[in-house]
Design a protein around this ligand. Structure first.
Ligand code: HEM
Length: 427
């Protein structure tokens, strides 16, 4: 049982789980797209279909689940109410409507005014969600490391969405005079490292010790690690934009990786001191996400070492790097959902019935056995896709996409089944 995850201050549970359901339904769509056409992962970097696949993952799966989880976690961690529930619903509708238009335009390679409208809708949804949460933070009385990182993550989200919108408008009405690829790299890293990196650090700092009954990593050392990550990120941006010398980009990359490594080491130390020794399926996903992140860092280092790789391998390594970064976040989210969701569903459906009538346990409403069966599928599918990217081999990519389509649909069915479980007399 994880009582620290629920509070009377949380918004209506329907708002939170609707975000989770939307994300869970859209993840298999990513693999369906790659089954239809695996070419986005087999060569042409920055191709329009790759943009469709990237944004269905980012805005269809990651954004709704992370934002839904923040609606639940911010009141718990920071003791404040979400400013507006209505704005929460509107933001979700805007992101999903905008994503549908963006994905369709990217997939067809149509950079028409429709893309500008769709991107404006999606960006407006992200702005609304982030500003709704930021407005709640005005009332925070006591800030923890996790709370500060959540606040930082929202600023990165605003910046990533703003620059994403600027890039989309530039595709329709070209206006960036200088090299737009550097802006593209800044946008992708604002989102993947700035936004998601700070969400991951903020959430794992609180949740991993909660799940494992271990000590929280020391806040000061965690803050130092986060400062290295963000400092390294801004140095990279400065080098990409030509504000700082080219070599400072390598210093930035090393600082970023050192910060991520230090934070991971702090988490591992807390994990080693845990009181709950059992490693359940949720935690296995967290460990797999850590391994994917390590692999992403190694691949990134190899890709930026001057002269280490030829042009073809730089493209393949860059795709593998992006795939592993997204994979880290996706696997971590699935693991966290396995840990959090059954408890939240149980809390909202049965907590007030305890002692009055027989109530099921979380084990009755969530099949840990099914989750355990799906786990090797996630790993196998991920590895097959990774080898497919490195070999540039569409058959491997299709095989991996098939496996991941099946296991992600299975994960969606398992978790949505837990959410929508009905009992006699349930309201
Ligand atoms: C409303 C929000 C967003 C909009 C309008 C948007 C728009 C765009 C556009 C137009 C590009 C291509 C730019 C070009 O080729 O010139 C792009 C690339 C990219 N975006 Fe976004 N984006 C948004 C949010 C996000 C988020 C939340 C993430 C990740 C979590 C993300 C990750 C990426 C990545 C990784 C690329 C590079 C893809 C590649 O290498 O081909 N974007 N985005």
């Amino acid at each position: 049982m994880i009582p620290g995850l629920a509070t009377q201050l949380a918004p209506p549970f329907r708002l939170v789980v609707t975000h989770f359901i939307a994300g869970l339904l859209l993840l298999p769509v990513v693999w369906a797209l790659l089954l239809v056409d695996p070419s986005p992962l087999s060569g042409g970097l920055f191709g329009n279909r790759l943009l469709a696949v990237v944004h269905v993952t980012a805005l269809g799966f990651i954004a709704p689940i992370v934002i839904g989880a923040l609606y639940q976690i911010v009141p718990v961690v920071l003791g404040v109410r979400l400013t507006s529930v209505k704005a929460g619903w509107t933001a979700l509708a805007l992101v999903l409507a905008g994503l549908a238009g963006m994905a369709a335009h990217f997939w067809m390679g149509r950079f028409s005014p429709g893309l500008a409208i769709a991107s404006t809708l999606a960006a407006a949804g992200l702005f609304l969600a982030a500003s709704n949460l930021i407005a709640s933070l005005r009332f925070v009385k006591s800030w923890s490391f996790g709370g500060v990182l959540i606040a930082v993550s929202l600023v990165f989200l605003l910046a990533a969405a703003g620059l994403g919108l600027a890039l989309a408008l530039n595709l329709v009405f070209p206006y960036f005079s200088s090299d737009h690829v550097s802006w593209l790299k800044v946008h992708a890293h604002l989102a993947l490292v700035g936004w998601l990196g700070s969400v991951v650090m903020g959430a794992t700092h609180k949740l991993i010790p909660m799940f494992t009954l271990g000590p929280e990593p020391p806040s000061r050392a965690s803050a130092g690690a986060a400062a290295l990550v963000f400092g390294g990120l801004f140095l990279l941006f400065a080098a990409w934009r030509g504000i700082a010398p080219h070599e400072s980009g390598s210093v930035g990359a090393v600082a970023l990786i050192a910060g991520a490594g230090t934070y991971a080491a702090l988490l591992v130390r807390s994990f080693a001191k845990r009181a709950r020794k059992e490693i359940d399926t949720g935690l296995r996903h967290v460990l797999a996400a850590g391994a994917a992140l390590l692999a992403a860092c190694l691949i990134a280092l190899a890709a930026v070492l001057p002269g280490f790789l030829g042009p073809l391998w730089v493209v393949r390594f860059s795709l593998a790097y992006g795939f592993l970064l997204f994979g880290t976040v996706v696997v971590l989210i699935i693991g966290m959902l396995y840990k959090i969701l059954p408890f939240l569903v149980w809390y909202h459906r049965y907590a007030d019935k305890v002692g009055l009538e027989p109530v099921p346990t979380t084990r009755d409403i969530f099949s840990e056995g099914t989750a355990r069966l799906l786990f090797p599928g996630h790993i196998t599918g991920g590895l097959v896709v990774l080898f497919g990217i490195l070999a540039g081999e569409p058959i491997l990519l299709r095989a991996g996409a098939t496996i991941l389509f099946i296991v992600n649909a299975g994960t969606a069915r398992l978790l949505i089944g837990t959410i929508s479980r009905r009992d006699d007399g349930d309201s």
